[in-house]
Design a protein around this ligand. Structure first.
Ligand code: SAM
Length: 267
């Protein structure tokens, strides 16, 4: 079976199918789906994770781009229970999540090439999303979950942690997939937090600030932010201008962005 899956896998769709039952069980145990949930599974593929989700009796929305996988998914899930299971044969990046409902639980062993834009798209819709459990490249999991001072701490971690709680859950080696990817993978839980989101006065200003702060990791804040902040600003904010960008907490980046936005009058 795994050889067959490996042969049928399409590289351009980022297809690495899960073949290790223990990993599937661990993912399902971390999600603990129930009949009252609405779960959106992104890239169900041959249904490795879908089966367990479906068995929980939850409402299930499957989003799968590869039309060759559609007949299998229709036969195994949608035709069996059309009242609680539907399939969108679409690119998830083009799906309008506002139409999918509320308190959505998002699940997916994601194609790695779209994982970052997809997470940003999902977090824009954080008000509609209860939680996210996704498999990503382990290196990306590390960046999302990194704490200040760690080498993996940077733009991705700050932007996601500014609006959500994150937790690295499971490490998954290449041999758990067919075909095996070249890198290690990991499952992460992301829970959007409306209170955190409410503290950010302008997402655009935060994005600009963080991009610029980490533009050259080895340089100081004063250097990287010279177009945005002067020494007096640093003093008012109580931030050491000679610190490196990885020293500042997520909360400090939010404070800085709010200060900057107010000063520029775009809040
Ligand atoms: N969930 C299955 C598993 O764990 O075995 C398959 C995971 S495979 C890594 C990624 C899946 O996402 C594939 O089924 C692929 O066809 C699908 N996919 C790739 N790009 C997509 C996109 N832009 N929108 C929706 N699905 C996509």
């Amino acid at each position: 079976m795994s050889k067959q899956l490996a042969r049928s896998a399409r590289k351009r769709f980022g297809q690495n199918f899960l073949i290790d039952g223990r990993v599937v069980d661990a993912i399902l145990a971390s999600i603990t789906a129930s009949s009252s949930d609405t779960i959106v599974e992104i890239g169900p593929g041959h249904g490795a994770i879908t089966e367990g989700l479906y068995a929980s009796q939850c409402d299930l929305i499957l989003i799968e781009l590869d039309r060759d996988l559609v007949p299998g998914l229709l036969a195994s899930f949608v035709s069996q229970s059309p009242e609680r299971c539907r399939l969108l044969n679409k690119d998830v990046l083009k799906v309008d999540f506002t139409r999918l409902g509320s308190a959505l639980r998002i699940v997916g062993n994601l194609p790695y090439n779209i994982s970052t834009p997809l997470l940003f798209k999902l977090l824009e819709r954080g008000d509609q999303i209860q939680d996210i459990h996704v498999m990503l490249q382990k290196e990306v999991v590390n960046r999302i979950a990194a704490a200040p001072g760690e080498s993996a701490y940077g733009r991705l971690g700050v932007m996601i942690q500014a609006t959500a709680h994150v937790e690295s859950l499971i490490d998954v080696p290449p041999e758990c997939f067919a075909p095996p990817p070249k890198v290690n993978s990991g499952v992460i839980r992301i829970i959007p937090d409306a209170n955190k989101r409410a503290l950010i006065e302008s997402m655009d200003t935060l994005a600009l600030l963080v991009r610029q702060a980490f533009s050259q990791r080895r340089k100081t804040l004063k250097n990287n932010l010279k177009n945005l902040l002067n020494l007096e600003d640093f003093e008012i904010l109580g931030i050491n201008p000679t610190d490196r960008p990885e020293r500042l907490s997520v909360g400090t980046y939010v404070e800085l962005a709010n200060y900057l936005g107010r000063r520029q009058g775009n809040v």
